[in-house]
Write a protein that binds this ligand. Structure first.
Ligand code: BES
Ligand code: MN
Ligand code: ZN
Length: 492
């Protein structure tokens, strides 16, 4: 699909479908819209009346224009109240238009949306994101895909002339979001620690990033007993993946993104029972997926920032070699952990990954993890949880998530709750009481970061959606790749 920026007036555009937008309670055919209505024999007015189109957010209507006209179909899209217009609303409107065009089997489409915040660049970017992400369809595991109809071949963004760079930027970001979606959606017999390492290898060779894969023996030498404890029951080898993007000149900042990479989480001997959603636990590498998705985007965007993409990848399985509940592990910073629950495995793998990241002496570390069911209970499926030791980092991440249209909510690092993690025999347990479960998980991770500004994002609820939502289709969302990219690119 080609996306073009053009100054063609909507009156003069020719093609399959023309999408025009209206604010709520401001559906008036004035100016060139009156001319457009006249050109197509009053079809616009008729459509508005017939469908009682009011311009409310998410509403739309379509009709065929008389045969022999310069366009075949006209689409109306509601934007909601003018004073609530935001970049994210525009992204959602573009997604809605893309889905309509697909349903209507349009091959060429023109979109005419308002410019938000006097910023044509950001406007072209979010429209492109909405289009590309809403049209992404994952057919990899179907022998006979249903989607054989006409494909949208060309989209013209009217009134956004000269915004080619913004369109390209959006497409590069979408490349990363789509990689993350496809990694999460693929089952655990397709995405394994080995295949994740190969994905990193592919990004490294395609875009010239450096890659270090630590094998089990290398991790042993570094004393990563916590990560290796989780990995020990699997028949697949663990892979500690460290991909690095370095700019040509001296980096302005040095950052790390660390993603939980459990390619399957059975729970271990504290096995996930019936009704636990064990069959969905292929998504437990959502952190790693977003990490490598961000890498794919950053590698193309080439910011003047050094970024380390890290994941300690493994499965959490059962076998005669499995961790016994109650085993004591020693992490690479020397801290000892009583594993009172083998299903709290993500934090065990992240512990060693965070210690590794801190040794790189960076300006900030952000980890992302499908860490707790408790975070899903607290924030649902649309909002990720954020815990941090550094308010500057919090401000940066909030701004990045807002611009991305990926919601994040700051949660407390309530020190007192760490009492629940005290162990009589080791330095700490890996699991506290049920209450505040996402907070104690974050406090556990904090034990493995000494002084680098650090934030932890719990994305357990947000990496998957059962229904279509904005530019996400049902299934893997690619959350929070766009936020990560914005964060890396931001100047502060
Ligand atoms: N991978 C799960 C968390 C999860 C739950 C992710 C739902 C996605 C959707 C994690 O490893 C886990 O099992 N957490 C336990 C922790 C508990 C044993 C302290 C949980 O949340 O129940
Ligand atoms: Mn688990
Ligand atoms: Zn898990």
């Amino acid at each position: 699909m080609e996306i073009r920026a053009t100054d063609t007036p909507r009156l003069d555009w020719t093609g399959d479908a023309l999408a025009v937008s209206f604010f709520e309670d401001a559906v008036e055919l004035t100016g060139d819209l009156a001319q457009l209505d006249e050109k197509f024999a009053g079809v616009l007015k008729e459509l508005i009346e017939e469908t009682e189109f009011k311009g409310s957010v998410g509403s739309s209507a379509v009709t065929r224009v008389g045969a022999g006209s310069s366009i075949r179909k006209i689409m109306l899209v509601g934007l909601g109240k003018a004073d609530t217009l935001s970049l994210d609303n525009l992204r959602r409107a573009a997604a809605a238009i893309a889905r309509l065009a697909k349903r209507e089997k349009s091959k060429t489409l023109a979109i005419n949306l308002p410019v938000v915040n006097d910023d044509p660049r950001a406007t072209a970017q979010v429209i492109t994101e909405g289009l590309v992400l809403a049209l992404h369809l994952d057919n990899r595991f179907k022998s006979d895909p249903e989607d054989k109809g006409a494909k949208l071949e060309q989209v013209d963004l009217l009134g956004l002339e000269n915004q080619e760079a913004a369109i390209t930027k959006a497409q590069q970001i979408c490349d990363g979001v789509i990689l993350a979606r496809e990694l999460v959606a693929a089952p655990a017999n397709a995405v394994t620690p080995i295949s994740l390492a190969q994905t990193a290898e592919k990004i490294a060779s395609e875009y010239g990033l450096s890659l270090e894969i630590l094998e089990k023996e290398d991790c042993e030498k570094l004393g990563m007993g916590s990560f290796l404890g989780v990995a020990q029951a699997s028949d697949l080898p663990p892979k500690f993946i460290h991909l690095t993007y370095k700019p040509k000149d001296t980096p302005r900042r040095k950052l790390a993104i660390v993603g939980k990479g459990l390619t399957f989480d059975s729970g271990g001997l504290n096995i996930k029972g019936a009704g636990s959603g064990i069959e969905t636990m292929k998504i437990d590498m959502g952190g790693a997926a977003a990490t490598f998705g961000a890498a794919k985007a950053i590698a193309q965007l080439k910011p003047d920032v050094e970024v380390h993409f890290i994941s300690a990848a493994t499965e959490n399985m059962i076998s005669g070699r499995a961790l016994h509940p109650g085993d004591i592990l020693t992490a690479s910073n020397g801290k000892t952990i009583e594993v009172n629950n083998t299903d709290a495995e993500g934090r065990l793998t992240l512990a060693d990954a965070l210690v590794f990241a801190e040794k790189l002496e960076l300006d900030a570390i952000v980890d992302l993890a499908t860490l707790t069911g408790a975070c899903v209970i607290a924030l649902g499926n649309d909002i990720g949880g954020m815990w941090s030791t550094d308010e500057t980092l919090v401000t940066q991440l909030k701004a990045a998530s807002e611009a991305a249209g990926e919601k994040l909510w700051q949660m407390p690092l309530e020190e007192k709750y760490f009492e629940g993690m005290k162990s009589p025999i080791a330095d700490m347990k890996n699991t506290g009481p049920r209450a505040g479960g996402s907070i104690t998980a974050a406090l556990f991770l904090k034990q493995f970061v000494k002084e680098t500004p650090w934030a932890h994002l719990d994305i357990a609820g947000t990496v998957w959606s059962d229904k279509e939502n904005g530019c996400n289709n049902s299934g893997a969302t690619g959350y929070p790749v766009r936020t990560l990219v914005n964060w890396v690119l931001s100047d502060s």
